[in-house]
Design a protein around this ligand. Sequence first.
Ligand code: TYM
Length: 334
Amino acid sequence: MSDTDRKTVLTAAQPTGILTIGNYLGAIKNWVSLLDDHDCLFPLVDMHAITVPYEPADLRKRTRSLVAQYIACGLDPEKCTLFIQSHVVGHTELAWVLGCLTPIGELQRMTQFKDKTAKGAPINSGLLFYPVLMAADILLYNADIVPVGEDQKQHLELTRNAAERFNHTYSETFKIPEPKIGTTGARVLSLQDPTRKMSKSDDNQGAYILLTDEPDVIRKKIARAVTDSGSEVKSGPDKAGVANLLSIMSGFSGKSIEEHEAEFVGKGYGDFKKAVGEVVVEGLRPIREKFEEVEKDKGYLDGVLKAGAENAQKKAYKILSKVQRKVGFVERFR
Ligand code: TYM
């Protein structure tokens, strides 16, 4: 495939700590499968991370750690552009322009905004504006495909609306990006409450598994995972806990859920959970080992981030200057 035929893929995660297996199965694993045939950009969205209370020193540490986690998960920097959002001029500039076209009501309707504000935390306007910045992340590179977990679907819809609105108001500029939501692992659920998504911000550490959890910790968390009444290892609407574990197992093993169900006919939850634990431990082992090696290598990580930002900036300037011209800004004197 020639470079010009390659579609652009862009997606991102917030540097909020060590990723969970939800991020890995629901997101990163799918991104890795796109590297060979697409032009892939993966910003580390540090500007999104300051919409909620945080510690500056932690943010810096977590951003660097996330690059190492990405590489450990298989995002080879030779095959994609890994960069820090705040290193590239254009994300906030474009967000401003798109924000001036986005009705407030559309932002207030976002379920993630409603969830976060319902928790009673102080609300800043960045939190409300967050999806517009996300739209800018995507449109600044005219991405064709945006692989995300199901929880980001609504933000993607807003991005598509923003692109259409800009094209309609000014002239055809942005492609309308397509969300790509994986089937297996699109929504990895909490191990303690399988009605909610697995999230590292959960107060209960038993609810999630981190990429760097030690094998024994993983085994324990899975052994304590909430299962359902009955004893049959089968996925189904009234079996959310078992279905979640089956989906996690299938995400790591590459086998289908039905194959795993067949393995456990006549066996109980105890055997099943032990097997899930081993599959997760073995699946995460190479990731944890690579992470430990890469995280220590500051020079290598700096090099990856510098090259990534340069590459992204070149692309970003092209669209940004087009946008600025169309909205009527006087061209910059260079
Ligand atoms: P974030 O940082 O919350 O999550 C990163 C990605 O992981 C997916 N994900 C999950 N998938 C399945 N099951 C789960 N339990 C689970 N938890 C997280 C998310 O869907 C996401 O794909 N707003 C975004 C970051 C962002 C972005 C962007 C994404 C900013 N700009 C541009 C795509 C394109 C977010 O907070 O993701």
